[in-house]
Design a binder for this molecule. Structure first.
Ligand SMILES: [Zn+2]
Ligand SMILES: [Zn+2]
Length: 839
């Protein structure tokens, strides 16, 4: 057995640490996890090397060996090293990011519900909903939430209870005191001897014994509530329907409860189905195996371009060589069907595929579809999973039970074997870049992983990023195009409204142009649906004093606060700080405070006033708190229970609603005024994507685009559906200014709650950059960051550009070294390679 091992621990240090291995321990392995002492703590690290080289110091011994087979395969270890190198991130932090959180591996205490707790829960539910809804103190509500969760029969850790039932320490202590819950040691809980829960669809064809749901989601919307009286007895919410559909497709209409969780419907939905007598839950030994859901051969009706793209992907995979491909398809051209069909082909060959989707693209409805297509062969990784659930999925993938993985950013690290294909849907989406260490871009990691494993990677988008399209143009990526919408449906006609002229001619300060109001009215009359994009939430964008000219700013950030009418308060959109709406100016005491600028909340209000008959809904981060809210609005829109949808960029992403024939764009060109070199690209992408929502059904669509920059090329090319034209123009600007894709760009941010520290440290680095001859690297700064104070921290930054990534990264490494010598804490220095946001 080797005597020493090097371990990467999750700390912000660019080094691994050597530990000794005592004979009494099982033999660790490279890629396996060990528990090691680090400073005063015990940390879980990953072994990076086993060796017999005696270190110059007395090495501390490894305390525990968690894996004797690698948690991270050679392939993933290699990928991890590349990420650490490329993004200049500590290896330990990178490797930790690649594994599910270690929650399940630590010795921990869990909680289970006691008989007394079950009685209490039962008593509370029979008292009646009227009492429960009103006067229950919050603590008690939370206790019942925990009991409800535990009543599903599992032993759960505190962290999972916090995440899934909103439990706090006080709530758990209170429950323990009342003996409603009990502690349980979790070592060994994951043994095969434990029971699992199995859900079965009750034969409900009779329908007579069905209870109505106690708090139906349907009642939220008065229009649906009104129609409910005449509805059939089995009316279900889309979430409930998703579970029923899933169970119906299973052998004997039964499935593991854990598999149902994957559908990404809220937990309460399954409970509601049980309460309504539609589903029964029973305990089975864990060794009991479901005769699972078989993948279903889905037949797509493809047009010639789709068939060609699919054939090219097939040929590339069969060649067994790394090949990056760009699938550039206009909105509505059927890219998703191509991905799914290609993945089906991989499964048929017994190989693996990963599909990455942006955060908002992975809705419960999509998860249900994926289960229909891939059966139990698919693992779905999304942000609503608890740590334990994520670990469970990870294990299934690692054990080879799933060959298909669909997920958001971190799914790029899924430990599938024999990877043949990675698809990155909406590859231009900014949610693929992680905004904390390691600041990796999942699209670029996907390309690298494919390269390391000789796989094919397909990047898909209607609006490819400049970087990706540039690579396709140079022949680095193979370009495939879907130039037409399916069934030869036309792209929507786009009419540009010059809001400067509108301001002169019409009533000043109106948000909606006369033309857009007329067009909306016409669509509503014809029972067609309308979307209006206003990419700013809240009611009024800022509060201004007319006497002294001050705007009300957040006390933590150098940002104007936004007025939110429903909360009657001001909210900071960067740190979430809230305060009451001021009646007088906080600076000078004047009563002349004005609320200026329109947000989505106000627009919704205005539209209600103009079209009182219309059913209007809003989609933004204030109305969408979780995935369920999004799904709720989208399915109501699909069911034509909403006439008019107002929202921020959330409404632009991928939704396919055939009856939407008009899209209005209101004031979404504000970004063009900012000094961000990606502003034009972002605006072009947003406008193209939102325009793409119009006319996806049989009736052709129209877009009314209001702008103060009618001559800007981002607006012009978006209106003309001319991606190539936009690319050519934008590429010239980027090349001229030495920006990506022609140069690599990194942002170095120095931050501190103390202004003098931030200034001193950025001064030290500024001097170092000036004194050090960095050949081929341009350094700009130090300068105040665009948001100079954010979340109580002062921020100064440098922007580095270089045609040589090698040179730039060497410069950054040398800078970090200097910073360490100068005692600048590593956590106060953010190095963002390939930065997408310079705020
Ligand atoms: Zn004032
Ligand atoms: Zn703030």
């Amino acid at each position: 057995m080797p005597r020493y091992c090097d371990v990467a621990v999750p700390v912000p240090l660019d080094a691994t640490f050597t530990y000794s291995i005592l004979d009494a321990l099982p033999e660790p392995c490279v890629g396996g996890r060990v528990i090691v002492p680090f400073r005063e703590k015990r940390l879980c690290g990953i072994v990076t090397e086993l060796h017999d080289r005696e270190p110059s110091f007395k090495a501390k011994p490894v305390q525990q060996v968690l894996d004797t087979t690698p948690a991270l395969t050679d392939e993933l270890m290699q990928l991890g090293r590349w990420i650490a190198h490329y993004y200049i991130a500590p290896t330990g932090e990178v490797l930790r990011t690649m594994l599910p959180l270690s929650a399940e591996f630590r010795r921990a205490t869990g909680y289970r519900i006691t008989d007394k707790g079950l009685e209490a829960l039962h008593a509370a539910s029979t008292i009646g909903s009227s009492r429960r809804a009103k006067v229950e103190p919050e603590q008690q509500m939370r206790e019942y939430a925990v009991l409800n969760r535990l009543a599903e029969g599992e032993v759960m850790r505190e962290a999972s209870l916090r995440a899934s039932a909103g439990a706090s320490r006080a709530v758990i202590v209170g429950l323990l005191r009342k003996k409603w819950i009990a502690r349980e040691d979790l070592s060994g809980v994951r043994d095969a001897s434990r029971n699992v829960q199995v859900a079965r669809l009750v034969d409900f064809s009779a329908g007579a014994n069905l209870k109505q749901p106690e708090h139906s989601e349907l009642e939220r919307d008065p229009s649906t509530a009104a129609r409910k009286s005449g509805a059939p007895p089995l009316r279900m919410t889309p979430n409930q329907q998703a579970i029923v559909d899933y169970l119906q497709a299973q052998t004997e209409q039964r499935a593991h409860v854990s598999a149902i969780r994957e559908l990404a419907v809220p937990r309460t939905t399954l409970q509601t189905l049980v309460k309504r007598g539609i589903v029964e839950i029973s305990e089975e030994p864990a060794s009991f195996r479901m005769s699972g859901m078989k993948p279903r051969k889905l037949e797509f009706l493809f047009n010639a371009a789709q068939k060609a793209a699919l054939a090219e992907i097939g040929v590339a995979v069969d060649a067994g060589k790394f090949l990056p491909m760009l699938l550039h398809g206009v909105t509505g051209s059927g890219k998703t069907a191509v991905y799914l069909s290609a993945m089906q082909a991989m499964l048929a060959k017994g190989r693996s595929a990963i599909l990455l989707v942006p955060e908002i693209g992975l809705t419960p409805a999509m998860a249900a579809d994926l289960h229909q297509i891939f059966g139990d062969e698919v693992a779905i990784l999304h942000s609503a999973l608890t740590d334990d659930e994520r670990a469970e999925q990870w294990k299934r993938i690692r054990n080879g039970e799933c060959h298909i993985v669909v997920g958001t950013r971190s799914a790029v690290f899924a430990p599938v074997a024999d990877l043949a294909l990675i698809v990155v849907d909406e590859e231009h989406d900014h949610s693929y870049k992680q905004d904390e260490t390691p600041r990796y871009h999942a699209r670029d990691v996907a390309v690298m992983r494919a390269k390391m494993t000789n796989a094919v990677v397909v990047l898909g988008s209607a609006t490819p990023s400049l970087e990706t399209y540039y690579n396709a143009q140079r022949g680095k990526y193979k370009l495939m195009e879907l130039a037409e919408r399916i069934e030869q449906r036309p792209l929507p006609e786009v009419e540009i409204i010059d809001m400067r002229a509108e301001f002169r001619d019409a009533t000043k300060g109106e948000v909606l142009s006369r033309k857009l109001v007329v067009e909306i009215g016409e669509r509503l009359e014809r029972n067609e649906q309308v979307m209006v994009l206003l990419n700013r939430r809240g009611y009024s964008a800022f509060v201004l004093c007319r006497e002294c000219g001050e705007t009300v700013q957040c006390r933590n950030c150098a940002i104007s606060m936004t007025y939110h009418k429903r909360e009657h308060g001001l909210v900071c959109h960067y740190c979430g700080f809230k305060q009451a709406a001021p009646r007088v100016c906080p600076k000078c005491g004047s009563e002349y405070v004005q609320y200026l600028g329109t947000g989505s909340e106000k627009l919704e209000h205005l539209l209600h006033g103009m079209f009182p008959q219309a059913r209007i809904a809003r989609l933004d981060r204030d109305t969408v708190r979780g995935r369920d809210d999004l799904e709720h609005v989208l399915s109501a829109l699909q069911a034509r229970e909403i006439d008019l949808l107002v929202g921020t960029q959330m409404i632009a992403k991928g939704h396919d609603i055939p009856n939407v024939t008009l899209v209005g764009v209101v004031g979404s060109d504000a970004a063009l005024g900012f000094a961000d070199f990606r502003a034009a690209e972002r605006t072009f992408q947003l406008l193209t994507q939102v325009a793409g929502r119009a006319g996806r059904g049989e009736t052709p669509g129209k877009v009314v685009l209001q702008t103060f920059f009618p001559d800007h090329y981002a607006i012009r090319f978006a209106a003309a559906h001319d991606y190539r034209g936009f690319f050519e123009k934008e590429a010239r600007f980027r090349s001229w200014m030495h920006y990506p894709p022609f140069n690599a760009v990194s942002n170095v941010l120095v931050r501190s709650p103390k202004l003098d520290e931030a200034l001193t440290w950025s001064g030290i680095l500024g001097k170092w950059f000036a004194a050090t001859r960095l050949e081929g690297v341009r350094v700009m700064g130090p300068a105040a960051a665009p948001i100079v104070r954010l979340k109580t921290e002062y921020r100064y930054h440098f922007l580095l550009k270089s045609a040589s990534r090698e040179r730039m990264n060497n410069a950054l490494r040398a800078m970090i070294e200097h910073a360490v010598e100068q005692k600048i804490p590593r956590t106060n220095l953010v190095v963002d390679v390939d930065a997408l946001s310079l705020t």
